[in-house]
Ligand binder design. Structure first.
Ligand code: R2B
Ligand code: URA
Length: 294
């Protein structure tokens, strides 16, 4: 028998609260969260609402669930929340602030609903560093823009550093599900930037005070440290999952190789939808294996 582990909320102030509001989900503890969410085992999240709704529809078919209308359970306009059997599909928006707020509320949702052994997986797009566009990178580590394995946040005026730790066993298990020889897939470190333009050393933002040589030097340094892709949420995601004691993984496809270009090639633009679906297909294969489905 697998141990049934409930997610603990270590915040002592919550014991004094009679009704807890999950503001950005538009849910409260006066909603019947246990009835709604107690059976969830997987939370799969990605940036865009449209893409994550598509993912939810795909998951519903793959998990042989009835094709009822998928209702967005998020009662605010900030995020998206769709339940597909034991899977909760979530849209988290762009960047650390957005995913941080969401994770606080999702951890509370999991706790209040008495769900057990819930794992968290982020799927998304990323830029590659020295890897072919279309590569799936499963993050072993998340490095911040200073190339350190830490997530920094200012709390009460003090900058706090927290480690960015991902579940290595889960990352390996995900990689083992990848059996399509046409899709390059690897474990690698992920560089987590605070911005899409200057924060990722792009030359095509509205501002740029560095040279192409500076950009390449930074990207090569990241490559030498094991980074194979760049996105914008892995530091917050990994440090918060670790703090909450839940298993977390990040699975992204690369759209470009930043050592070659800042823009997608026309051929890759053409197959954009197919590329976006690559992490989805891999994660669904993993979930089906976990559920003992073919
Ligand atoms: C990847 O893509 C988004 C930026 O375009 C961001 O959410 C990320 O991590
Ligand atoms: N996401 C990013 O953060 N950067 C890219 O270049 C592509 C997707």
């Amino acid at each position: 028998m697998v141990n049934q582990r409930r997610l603990a909320l270590p915040n002592p102030h919550l014991t004094e609260v009679t009704e807890d509001f999950l503001y950005h989900l538009g849910l409260t503890t006066h909603d019947n969260l246990a009835d709604m969410f107690r059976d969830i085992k997987f939370i799969v999240m990605g940036g865009s609402s449209t893409t994550m709704l598509e993912f939810a529809k795909y998951a519903r078919g793959e998990l042989y669930l009835p094709s009822d209308r998928l209702e967005n359970l998020c009662r605010s306009e900030r995020y998206g929340l769709w339940k597909v059997g034991p899977l909760l599909v979530v849209a988290h928006g762009v960047g650390a602030p957005s995913i941080t707020i969401l994770l606080h509320e999702l951890f509370k949702l999991v706790h209040y609903s008495n769900a057990t052994n819930v794992m968290f997986i982020r799927v998304g797009t990323s830029a590659g560093i020295g890897v072919e566009p279309g590569t799936i990178v499963i993050s072993e580590n998340a490095l911040n823009a200073s190339l350190r394995k830490e997530h920094r946040q200012v709390v009460l005026g003090q900058e706090i550093s927290r480690p960015t730790i991902l579940d290595q066993v889960l990352a390996q298990a995900l990689l083992m599900c990848q059996n399509d020889p046409n899709i390059p897939s690897m474990l690698g470190s992920t560089l987590c930037a605070e911005d899409f333009y200057e924060g990722q050393g792009r030359l095509d933002g509205a501002f740029c005070d560095y040279t192409e040589e500076d950009k390449i030097e930074y990207l090569r340094r990241a490559y030498t440290m094991g980074c194979r892709n760049i996105e914008m949420e892995s530091c917050a995601f990994s440090s918060l999952c670790h703090r909450a004691g839940v298993r977390g993984a990040v699975v992204c496809v690369t759209l470009i190789d930043r050592l070659q270009s800042d823009l997608m090639s026309p051929a890759d633009v053409e197959r954009y939808d197919e590329l976006v679906r690559r992490p989805h297909q891999l994660v669904i294969k993993f979930i089906k294996r976990q559920l003992g489905l073919k």
